[in-house]
Design a protein around this ligand. Sequence first.
Ligand code: NCD
Length: 533
Amino acid sequence: MKNNIFKNRSLCVIDDFSLDERIYFFNKVTEFKNAWINKDKDKINSFIINDPYFKAYLVFLENSTRTKESTKNALIMHKIPFLDFDSNKSSFNKGESYLDGFNNLIGYGPNVFFVRSTIEGLCTALEDSSNKFIERHYEHNFEKPSFINCGDGKHEHPTQELLDEFSFLEYNKGSRDKIHIALIGDLLHGRTIHSKANGLKGVFNNVKIDLIAPDELKLPSNYERIMIENNFEINKYESLDEYLSHKNIAKLFYFTRLQLERMGENIRMKEKNLRKKVTLTKEHINILNSKNKDYHLFHPLPRIKNTPTIPFWVDPLKCNAYEKQSINGLYCRAVLLSLIGGRIGSDFEGRSKSIETYENEFITYINTSSSNLEKHKFKEGIKSIQTGIVIDHIAKGKSLSEIGHKLRTIEDILKINSEGGFWKTHSPDGLLKGLYFIPYLKELSYEQLKKLAALAPKCRVNYIKDHSVTKKIELNLPSKIEGYHNLECNNPNCISRSELFENVTPIFNKQTNDSFKCKFCSTNHSYDEIWKS
Ligand code: NCD
């Protein structure tokens, strides 16, 4: 039988499902929704897991109504048992780490966790730590559970993104040609907004986004950059008043509430004024009616009852799309369960999320043929080196203090009791560079080379035997900077931050030579920013 690539999968960020996988998902949601509405029992049954041994755990460490309750209802549709973790009475309140607490829950054998938390990147960290836990307890034959991110801080909300995309497609009558959508409100903290930066890519061939928010609540540059890289057309406006005075306005409007609980005191003080700029009024509706009869309003909900950005008098109007959007949450989460439970998905054809392999990609071998060997002599003082390793070209062209810092870090990471030393020297082209020498050492491990490559890209490692260089390699910047316990992600809410004591070592994935994304919370860092910590 064909392998089902969806079974046991996690959804930590929207990009964890490829475009083809999401399109497949949307088609299945349409099938399931129609079957459910028409009570087509056979069709419904083809989606239902109905396995008493398949268990789900809901771990909501932040408040929730729609995400949690639609998930519970979807679990009931599937006739599978689930547990609702009582976070208020849990040992997390006694100072237990999340990873520690979750490990214990994994030991009770659930197949899927639905997780909401204020800490960003928790599900990604759980993916890694659960693999290790399962390995330690191999005799129990645990299946790796899926982790479904139901919102992590202001990072992402991938299941909401799935249901939003499904709802937009419904309003587009299935057409994937183009989307023109206005995103309004708290674009700074709204994780449902942030998931759209990668979420809308490809689902619609042409994406035009109007960002409507006062400066204090504007979209973080991280996400704006992703949107630009994804070829979205972006226009920015300070307020709804300003936006609606323009000619070319969207048909789809996606409102959000002001997330007061995540705001600092200085933004909260201006709340009334900020809210006014992104709250729909009767005048706005009149303008919309005069311009364009066919507009729809979306909102992930909740609305704040005394200050909703979409007022309650809008509910009976034709433009109310947020109620249908919320109902779609049930069908989407039910079909997501069918997929990760392996009930559907084996007929999927298309591109899956690519699993990248990084082996050795940062090592370039340099020719040291015998005619060249004479040129490759290294000296310690006036004596030529007999046996050992010389790392050359360290931080070439950088300042003296930077080179010094790199050399000390190298000594630290290689953890070698070196009797050699390090020097700052000039290369033939006059540039300063660092040189590090370890006598009698024959090899550096793969991990050491990878760390060295991350710290001092373009450095050269010379292996010396009988006074001659027998092997020479150049190290290039690897696709990941990992294994450094002392580095810190810039985001104070990231699961890898040392002050959270979750024991998660930061990992930065290379986007370009000067842009690295935190594996856990997606925060962007320049190369130098990473080493500042
Ligand atoms: C949102 C959330 O929690 O991210 N709501 C939701 O899940 N439907 C939006 C919000 O809290 O404002």
